[in-house]
Ligand binder design. Structure first.
Ligand code: HEC
Length: 156
């Protein structure tokens, strides 16, 4: 009888131990989740982070929509370049792109070459990209030419 009591206690202790062992990782997980949320609130979503996000978005938009003609690195040598009536602009040419304002670039990307007196080989993107995304493309092109209007090597 005494022995059976002992066994009972022993097994309930094991059961409790197993339950605790199972509960600890769950609690830890919960804590992690909570601290993640807390860091979000604490640090906030800074403008810098927002730009990081936009840069990544612009980069992937460029790879998807522009590189077929302008090339992966913007040199104007994408796979479709040879079939073009006019060569796609070399976006790494700071000498040339520093003669163009952001507004002019925006207009071409938005309305296509025809909007700026160039050829229709440069298609309009206002039906594919939002205004915000097109502004991101202008900024991205500026990183490729490492230039601003009238300034070469201005953008790093
Ligand atoms: C179908 C090919 C093609 C695609 C796709 C394309 N472009 Fe172009 N792009 C051209 C060609 C060709 C020109 C030059 C037009 C000319 O000289 O008449 C050009 C010119 C430009 C210019 C020159 C503007 C200037 O002031 O000289 C910019 C900026 C530009 N493209 C940006 C882009 C961006 C950004 C994308 C992607 C969103 C893109 N292009 C997608 C073919 C293309």
């Amino acid at each position: 009888m005494k022995n059976r009591e002992g066994k009972k206690i022993f097994f309930s202790l094991i059961l409790v131990a197993i339950l605790i062992a199972l509960a600890i990782p769950l609690m830890a997980e919960n804590k992690k989740e909570k601290s993640k949320d807390a860091s979000k609130v604490d640090e906030g979503y800074t403008a810098k982070d927002a730009w990081k996000g936009k840069d990544a978005e612009a980069k992937s938009n460029y790879a998807m929509y522009c590189s077929p003609c302008h090339g992966d690195t913007g040199k104007g040598n994408g796979p479709q370049a040879e079939a073009m009536e006019a060569p796609p602009r070399n976006h790494t040419d700071g000498n040339y792109l520093s003669t163009r304002t952001d507004d002019q670039l925006l207009k071409v990307i938005k309305g296509g070459g025809l909007a700026m007196g160039f050829t229709s080989s440069m298609p309009p993107f206002d039906n594919l990209l939002t205004e915000e995304e097109i502004k991101g493309m202008v900024k991205y092109v500026r990183t490729l030419c490492n230039c601003e209007y009238k300034k070469i090597g201005a953008v790093k």
